[in-house]
Design a protein around this ligand. Structure first.
Ligand SMILES: *[C@@H]1O[C@H](CO)[C@@H](O)[C@H](O)[C@H]1NC(C)=O
Ligand SMILES: *[C@@H]1O[C@H](CO)[C@@H](O)[C@H](O)[C@H]1NC(C)=O
Ligand SMILES: *[C@@H]1O[C@H](CO)[C@@H](O)[C@H](O)[C@H]1NC(C)=O
Ligand SMILES: *[C@@H]1O[C@H](CO)[C@@H](O)[C@H](O)[C@H]1NC(C)=O
Length: 192
């Protein structure tokens, strides 16, 4: 009898740990604003960074979202062939209402181009490599956040996008949470 209620307690605490893990994980998704304040526009040639340079400096995970803001334009999700050729016909998905939130529902590579072939050829295209959720990888140091308030005029630079960075403490807590849960599971199994 005693061992039975002990087991119940184990189950209960295990599920609580999993619940906490899920809450922590759901809190740790981010929205990235493509193009910063200027949004998803045809590059003028004046930018400090291309879309892809920006993308390689950030870490994208399953569950994160990209925000595209644009006018008289569109966002196409395409395959690599269409990406390379700026082919706008038959995209995988097309978004054109000016305000698009795209959530990564899988890991892998996503190719985005402008629906205007000329804009695409001018560099309005973006490759995003999406990784599995940080819960499943070892903690990484977060990129240093954008320094704020260093000269007001600097704020305008549209390509100096502050990367939303998850604090390494949060990643640590996610990792340790997982380890604790796994430990709990082991205890549970060994008690059978
Ligand atoms: C590039 O930036 C300079 C100064 O900010 C501006 O005078 C010029 O018009 C810009 N060129 C383009 C193509 O936007
Ligand atoms: C893509 O472009 C290459 C060279 O520019 C061309 O050979 C190829 O046929 C194009 N593919 C498609 C699907 O348009
Ligand atoms: C990529 O998409 C284009 C347009 O839908 C299609 O014609 C082409 O066959 C696709 N290529 C691959 C490798 O799937
Ligand atoms: C655009 O469409 C998305 C859903 O596809 C919706 O959530 C969003 O509110 C729409 N935005 C506008 C400005 O209509």
């Amino acid at each position: 009898m005693a061992s039975l209620s002990m087991m119940k307690l184990c189950h209960l605490s295990f599920f609580y740990f999993m619940l906490i893990c899920m809450i922590v994980v759901s809190v740790s998704s981010f929205q990235f604003e493509v193009g910063g304040e200027r949004g998803w526009i045809k590059p003028t040639g004046n930018e400090t960074e291309t879309y892809n340079e920006w993308a390689t400096q950030n870490r994208f995970h399953v569950g994160d979202t990209l925000y595209f803001g644009y006018k008289k334009d569109s966002v196409l999700l395409v395959n690599s062939t269409s990406y390379n050729n700026c082919t706008v016909s038959n995209p995988i998905s097309k978004f054109e209402n000016g305000s698009t939130k795209f959530r990564f529902d899988r890991y892998g590579i996503f190719y985005f181009i402008s629906g205007q072939p000329d804009n695409c050829k001018a560099g309005q295209k973006l490759i995003v490599r999406v990784m599995v959720h940080p819960m499943f990888i070892s903690p990484q140091p977060a990129p240093s956040p954008q320094t704020k308030g260093s000269g007001d005029g600097d704020d305008w630079d549209p390509f100096n996008w502050g990367p939303p960075s998850m604090s390494s403490t949060l990643k640590m807590s996610v990792a340790s949470c997982l380890i604790i849960s796994l430990g709990g599971m082991l205890v549970l199994f060994s008690s059978y």
